[in-house]
Design a protein around this ligand. Structure first.
Ligand code: GLY
Ligand code: MN
Ligand code: MN
Length: 453
């Protein structure tokens, strides 16, 4: 079923814009995702393909969009089938799809091998997503073979195969006002989940409840679903104590103890758009002196990165701004030794910070948590133009997520051992200061303590 926010005109406009880039004799074939078995006859929860959804707003599995350079569109989708609908749920069906989704025509997905090759007859360029759908290349080869077999009747097959993601990535990189509104909501719901988990954490410890990471995972999910989100945008990370130093940790079974820090990296998906927020907070609601010292460095680095996130800046500018603060912080805290590692410039140049901060500060955010879009672009003129980091433009959305992860080591003061802190917000580039979608959950340590009191 379409999301309540569904507006077919939005998708018609996107298809029109893409069609204009396909060339007059171009045809694009864009399938949705395939269902994935989990075990025996149970599948993972189905999630549509983001490119397909961007152009259709259609969430059923077993569907494929064909878009023509002249703007016409055909959808292949599941046919109406009472017996299957009794087991698996409602299907829109081709007849209703045409009007509801604003397409030129629609057919049963069972007819795709018969009908799709006809769409490719005498087409010049066939566009499809490269390396994103297992088995698609073989299917395409089969369709091309069918067209080629008609060569003696004067019918030609496309001579050029091109990656349609190159066009779609550029479109998806700049969010329109509809997408921005949905992303704002996704972040606001995600923030509510974080607040709920933080407060539940402190009150559970007060009540002497034997709290574990998965309990906070449940609180996050409860709030996300309660607020109308369909899923989490990725598996939530709830990491207590030393687990925060494992970057891809998930919400597991470890106990959460008085005195621990807890790192939660969680975001909901709302109407197909992702929130992506990280907060690190003291389980009992009060930072220790050492925790607070590291927290303050990470927070200052995030503020610096936020200030650097503006139209006209490079994608890498927020990272460079964060690095400067983190490098100084590592020296000031005595985690890096000035006599051995030199000053801030040396620490950055020789990557002495790397054992404590080993990921980038930002990634694009959109329908996919690590959204599509090139991180570099060619500059200058001529044939072989060198690549430079992308210039930020209004409408781009990126995360800002510096961190410090301090594993025990003989040369690191013991008070900092096993402290892992990341602070992550979702930023919209505007013509002025960036807009942070996700600040309904505070980052200020005093505000966090107040929230948890
Ligand atoms: N939650 C995944 C990330 O922050 O990149
Ligand atoms: Mn992120
Ligand atoms: Mn994250």
């Amino acid at each position: 079923m379409q999301h309540p926010a569904f507006d077919k005109n939005l998708y018609i406009a996107r298809r029109k814009a893409l069609a204009a880039s396909l060339g007059k004799d171009g045809v694009a074939v864009i399938p949705t995702a395939s269902e994935q078995p989990r075990n025996r006859d149970s599948d993972f929860l189905f999630r549509h393909d983001s490119y397909f959804y961007y152009l259709t707003g259609f969430t059923e599995p077993n569907a494929c969009l064909v878009l023509f350079g002249n703007g016409e569109s055909t959808l292949f989708c599941q046919p109406k089938d009472l017996e299957r609908e009794i087991w698996d749920g409602y299907r829109l069906g081709p007849d209703s799809a045409v009007a509801q989704l604003g397409l030129t025509q629609a057919h049963s997905i069972h007819d795709i091998d018969k009908l799709l090759p006809v769409s490719l007859e005498n087409a010049g360029v066939l566009w499809y997503p490269f390396s994103t759908h297992q088995g698609l290349t073989q299917q395409i080869e089969g369709w091309l073979k069918t067209v080629q077999s008609k060569a003696r009747s004067g019918i030609s097959a496309p001579q050029q195969l091109r990656d349609v993601c190159v066009l779609l990535d550029e479109m998806r990189l700049i969010k329109d006002s509809n997408e921005i509104a949905l992303m704002r909501t996704a972040a606001q719901i995600s923030a509510k989940g974080h607040i709920r988990a933080m407060q539940f954490c402190a009150s559970s410890l007060q009540d002497k409840f034997a709290l574990r990471e998965y309990h906070l995972d449940a609180e996050l999910l409860y709030e996300f679903r309660r607020q109308g989100s369909e899923y989490t945008a990725y598996s939530s990370i709830v990491a207590s104590g030393a687990n925060a130093c494992v970057l891809h940790y998930r919400a597991d079974k470890a106990p959460i103890k008085d005195g621990d820090l807890v790192l939660i990296d969680a975001g909901c998906e709302f109407a197909s758009y992702a929130g992506d927020i990280t907060r690190t907070f003291p389980a009992n609601g009060r930072f220790t002196k050492s925790q607070r010292a590291v927290y303050d460095v990470v927070l200052e680095s995030q503020y610096a990165a936020v200030s650097a996130t503006r139209s006209g800046a490079l994608f890498t500018d927020p990272h460079q701004a964060a690095l400067k603060v983190l490098a100084k912080g590592l020296l000031d805290l005595g985690i890096l030794d000035r006599s051995e590692h030199g000053g801030v410039e040396d620490v950055i140049e020789h990557k002495h910070y790397f054992p404590y901060f080993m990921h980038r500060t930002s990634h694009w955010l959109g329908m996919d948590v690590h959204d599509c879009g090139a991180y570099t672009e060619p500059v200058g003129t001529g044939e072989k133009r060198p690549l430079s980091p992308r210039i930020l433009k209004p409408g781009m959305v990126l995360t800002i997520e510096p961190g410090l992860y301090i594993r025990p080591a003989p040369d690191v003061p013991e008070e900092f051992h096993n402290i892992g802190i990341r602070i992550e917000d979702d930023a919209l580039v505007t013509s002025g200061e960036c807009e942070l979608f996700s600040r309904d959950v505070p980052v200020d340590p005093l505000e966090i303590e107040q929230l948890m009191a």
